[in-house]
Structure formats: structure tokens, C-alpha cells
Write a protein that binds this ligand. Sequence first.
Ligand code: FES
Length: 82
Amino acid sequence: MPIELNIDGTLCRAEEDELLATVLLRQPVPLFRNHPVDDSPRAAFCMMGVCFECLVEVDGVKNQQACLIRVKDGMRVNRGLK
Ligand code: FES
């Protein structure tokens, strides 16, 4: 069933219970965050909760692993990309 979520202020469609990381990888800019030390762009790597490259803010909670989260209607995601 199609749902809508908000990614950095833009409404995006996805399938309910799809992995958030797969939705983010389909975006025009498929990045997840910038590294806190050198600002290098980061994206999901392992897709199984090991590498922590997929951290994003979900519904106001920072540092959530997008590869372990299922999307829900109305979810708000902030990647904080620079
Ligand atoms: S992609 Fe590696 S922990 Fe999420």
C-alpha cells in the first residue's frame, strides 16, 4: 500500500513497511549524512545494521539506522546533508 513520507521537507512516495534505506537510495541525491569529522558524504553500505553509515534523523530522533527501519505514513526524515 502506497504511503507518503517527508524527506528533508519533500514529500516522497514509498510502499508501507519498505526499508527506509531503500527509499533514500532512490532519491535524486542518494546520500544519508555527512561524516561528523570531515563532512564527507556517506550512504548505506552493509544494509544489515553493522556499518552505521546510514544514520539519519527519524521523527526527531537522531542517529537512527535507516537500513533497520520500516517506513510509515507521515514519517519525517532529516538527513542534514551539507
Ligand atoms: S547500512 Fe550499514 S548499518 Fe545501515
